[in-house]
Design a protein around this ligand. Structure first.
Ligand code: NAG
Ligand code: NAG
Ligand code: NAG
Ligand code: NAG
Ligand code: NAG
Ligand code: NAG
Length: 843
């Protein structure tokens, strides 16, 4: 990452939250929605005169009131029109659908929804009570606080070995020989408050295989509870003098009533605490470290001071004991202090009962895993362990975020270039690509995540997709990287924060929607699930339609039926090939000179998938015939082989390419520039030949329509390796080239799991249908699949992690780790679970 242009002073253009809300309400009264309903009713043949009249009258009343509200807003102090880009799409929110309320909502209330923390718990509401774990690790002979997942902690392993996304998880952490096993369990008892109770077991021991066993004499854990709503938390009476079990903390909240946190252990624990009043939870470990250091300096004791700030909303408990030891924490909601039941509830969530419950949940997970993925006859037992870690970390990485995205606005003469607007305050429940590097929502990653998640728990999948589609604005745009709230922001360099409303991102959610529709047809779901999916799709249709149309208008190419990713930088002289971040394939080489004449093959494929999927969904739900037809025509047009070949097939090369204003003759050259009084050297691009409109001769993931491309992918001189398929052909002029001084090659050679999965899907398809390539496809499929599995599994056992990419020369894991977003697709590859032909219903 080129982290050299951090900017500090930013001008805010944020309207007050109140006006945001008001405006949202007023935009709901647009005519779009009633119209849509009207058409659907007509289709159902229930369109009577009476209804017609009522509806007209209704629309009349709407129109009048819209007029008045509009005028009111215009004249009121908040009346300035909200820019379109931060105006929500005018339709009821999907998350308000009945299927997401009631028991469903409550069952997902608490969870390990703070994936950026080694262990972080919160509820799915904006201002939650949050809990988490820190501990003291040792690095270079010095204590260091562990809290937020970060590579520099150099843990030899951390991650969920088991997690069901709902009420159970088991994580293993190895911090230089100090082993922490953290288990999480939810339980809903009769007297529990909303969302039920939960328990955490922290089992601390040392790794006997590590040389100096004694370095861990005493272990120090720090377990905290913090109320984001600022409510005061009380400390239990007997905290410092703990025997078997003890009330650590208690409080009162409007969502769950009175709550209590208890600690229980059979070991000899010492407990100290500190209480703070602060809204800053994102940098809690700094605060704790500061206070510990002070105590050490002042008293020579590594202990929190047992003091509270007035009406503390954060309590931190230091739990110290000789390693090995075990500590159970039980959280009770709806816990009235006078109730005698409390003791029973605590004992059922700690000690032996907890041990039994955790064992039962673990077995349940194993059974469910076998039932869902059925790996026993497909791969060896070593691979199965990795498969379980893949799905567990994806599910255990699901987070809940709340906040406002920053949206870049086009520079105007009276504003600074880096002005921004704030999107409306929004919640997002989503899986994340990587707990350490990317612990937040990414639009195009999410489609791949859901390929796994729908196969595990389709209700979680719909809930996540619903949250994403509720982020749609009135233009049909969704910001691609979701940095919501202080905790999420604290992980993002400034220059990546702004979201650009001209830029798209592959609509991968259609991959999942396609799967859901075809799985309903083949009867993979229960009746209840099928009806929930159908109702979801029915209600999501207007949003999906707007999303599709945003692509279909804003990303159009000049030639009919062509598309290109808008927003590439056409002025930069620093990049070897100007990046196309919006495509998801960041530095994958495109035309050397970005222009309006470009045609991007990958986007055209996504459009075919989307149109085809929209057609299927519109047939499934009773939508307007014209819509069904419109998508049918578009899908047919995009699947027309002649047109595809005209736009993208290079006969001379025998491959599918992008098209654009291009030259191969470019290079980076060091150049001196004067910066005030001193000179700096930087790399500047030299163009040695005038670019001209032509096919852009780079073979890679861009050509994932693979019908007759088997030769290309199975050739070691181009794409094939013994570990998977390269992202760019070895013969490409930009193969493994740096894009700038600071940007090493990313999508220019290394192996990526999401694209390998899609290639396998296609090969699997061609190996099943009759045709001249059937045998060949099957052979290549088998070899590629076993190469990928072997390499991911080998790396996992060697390093403890699943990685972002794999080196094309050595197969070694590279980039971010753990990366259990789309790299977790390795599990579907093991299970041979693919889709029945994405975007192929017209072929
Ligand atoms: C935590 O962050 C807040 C806001 O960014 C800052 O004011 C505060 O000083 C930080 N606290 C510590 C202990 O670093
Ligand atoms: C699992 O796969 C085996 C063959 O690989 C098959 O016999 C068995 O019925 C499958 N089980 C389930 C639950 O699908
Ligand atoms: C670069 O793109 C902008 C916006 O599309 C356009 O206005 C401008 O003319 C382009 N410049 C060049 C040199 O192509
Ligand atoms: C997509 O755009 C093309 C070109 O403007 C248009 O002909 C087609 O009808 C559009 N498809 C849909 C479904 O809106
Ligand atoms: C291609 O790019 C060059 C350099 O920017 C420009 O001079 C030329 O007009 C472009 N050609 C076309 C056909 O856009
Ligand atoms: C593999 O690709 C190289 C480079 O494009 C080419 O020279 C060679 O003929 C290809 N081999 C086969 C077997 O197709």
């Amino acid at each position: 990452m080129a982290g050299n242009t951090r900017k500090n002073a930013r001008t805010k253009l944020k309207p007050s939250i109140d006006s945001d809300e008001d405006h949202r309400r007023s935009t709901m009264i647009s005519d779009k929605n009633p119209n849509f309903k009207l058409r659907r009713e007509r289709n159902r043949g229930r369109f009577s005169f009476r209804f017609n009249f009522l509806l007209c009258f209704g629309i009349f009343v709407f129109a009048i009131s819209t007029y008045f509200i509009y005028n009111y807003l215009k004249n009121s102090s908040y009346g300035a029109q909200l820019p379109r880009v931060i105006t929500p799409f005018p339709a009821p929110k999907l998350m308000d659908l009945p299927q997401f309320q009631g028991e469903h909502r409550e069952s997902l209330y608490w969870g390990t929804y703070r994936p950026h923390a080694y262990l972080g718990i919160r509820a799915r509401i904006p201002q939650s009570l949050v809990a988490g774990l820190m501990w003291l690790g040792v690095k270079d002979g010095q204590y260091a606080m562990r809290h937020i997942c970060q590579d520099s902690d150099e843990l030899s392993i951390y991650g969920w070995t088991h997690h069901n996304g709902r009420n159970y998880g088991r994580q293993l952490i190895n911090d230089h020989g100090l082993i922490l096993e953290t288990s999480f369990l939810k339980s809903k008892g009769e007297s529990s408050g909303y969302g039920g109770d939960w328990a955490v077991r922290i089992d601390v021991h040392s790794d006997k295989s590590v040389t100096d066993e004694n370095i861990w004499g005493t272990g120090h854990l720090f377990f905290y509870v913090a109320d984001e709503g600022g409510n005061a938390i009380s400390v239990g009476g007997d905290v410092v003098d703990i025997h078997e079990s003890s009330l650590l903390a208690s409080g009162l909240r409007s969502d769950i009533g009175a709550w209590q946190l208890h600690l229980e252990s059979a070991d000899n624990l010492k407990v100290h605490y500190s209480g703070f009043k602060t809204p800053h939870i994102h940098n809690l470990s700094d605060l704790v470290q500061l206070h510990l250091a002070y105590q050490v300096r002042r008293l020579g004791r590594l202990e929190l001071p047992d003091t509270l700030e007035h009406s503390s909303n954060i309590l931190i408990f230091q739990i110290s004991a000789e390693v090995p030891f075990k500590a159970d924490l039980a959280f009770l909601s709806g816990a009235d202090l006078k109730s005698s039941r409390v003791d029973d509830r605590v004992s059922s969530l700690t000690g032996e009962s907890l041990g039994k419950a955790l064992m039962m949940k673990k077995n349940e997970f194993e059974d469910e895993f076998e039932r869902r993925f059925n790996l026993t006859d497909k791969v060896d037992s070593e691979s199965i362990v990795v498969g379980k870690a893949a799905i567990s970390n994806l599910l255990g990485g699901i987070g809940y975020f709340y906040g406002q995205s920053k949206i870049s606005v086009p520079a105007k003469s009276d504003r600074k270039a880096d002005d921004y607007l704030l999107y409306w305050p929004a919640e997002l429940y989503t899986a994340v690509p990587s707990r350490s590097f990317f612990p937040r929502g990414f639009l195009w990653d999410e489609g791949f995540h859901q390929l796994l998640i729908w196969r595990w728990d389709v209700r979680i999948c719909l809930d996540i997709i619903g949250h994403w589609l509720d982020l749609l604005n009135i233009d049909g745009w969704i910001p691609r990287e979701q940095i919501l709230g202080a905790e999420a922001s604290s992980k993002v360099p400034e220059e990546f924060v702004l979201q650009h409303p001209t830029n798209g991102n592959p609509p991968t959610l259609f991959l999942v929607l396609h799967d859901l529709v075809s799985s309903i047809k083949t009867g993979k779901f229960t009746a209840a699930e099928s009806s929930e999916i159908s109702s979801f799709l029915d209600n999501a249709f207007t949003r999906l339609d707007a999303w599709f149309k945003w692509f279909n208008t804003s990303q159009l190419g000049r030639v009919p039926s062509s598309y290109f990713w808008h927003g590439r930088d056409n002025l930069t002289t620093r990049e070897l090939n100007p990046k196309t971040l919006m495509s998801g394939l960041d530095d994958y080489p495109r035309a050397s000179h970005p222009s309006e004449d470009e045609r991007h093959l990958d986007l055209r494929c996504w459009m075919l998938l989307a149109a085809d999927c929209m057609q299927t969904i519109s047939k499934l739900s009773e939508n307007d015939n014209r819509l069904v037809k419109g998508y049918g025509i578009t899908a047919k047009l995009l699947s027309d082989f002649e047109t595809l070949n005209q736009l993208h097939f290079d006969n001379a090369y025998g491959a599918y390419f992008d098209f654009g204003n291009h030259t191969e003759k470019v290079r980076l050259r060091p150049q001196l520039t004067m910066n005030g009084n001193y000179a700096t050297q930087e790399l500047v691009r030299e163009v040695l030949e005038e670019p001209k409109p032509q096919f852009v001769p780079h073979v890679g993931y861009d050509s994932w329509i693979l019908e007759q491309q088997i030769d290309l992918i199975s050739n070691k001189s181009t794409l094939w390796t013994n570990y998977g398929i390269r992202s760019l052909s070895k013969t490409s002029s930009l193969y493994m080239k740096r894009n700038t001084e600071h940007d090493p090659p990313y999508w220019r050679g290394p192996l990526w799991m999401n694209m390998n999965y899609m290639i396998l899907s296609a090969l699997h398809h061609y190996s099943q249908v009759d045709g001249p390539y059937k045998e060949r496809a099957k052979a290549v499929y088998d070899e590629l699949r076993s190469n990928l599995i072997r390499n991911v599994v080998t790396n996992y056992y060697k390093t403890g992690y699943i990685w972002e990419q794999y080196d094309q020369k050595t197969g070694k894991g590279k980039g971010a780790r753990p990366f259990t977003g789309w790299s977790a697709l390795a599990l579907l590859i093991m299970a041979e679970s693919y889709s029945d032909g994405w975007g192929m219903s017209n072929l």
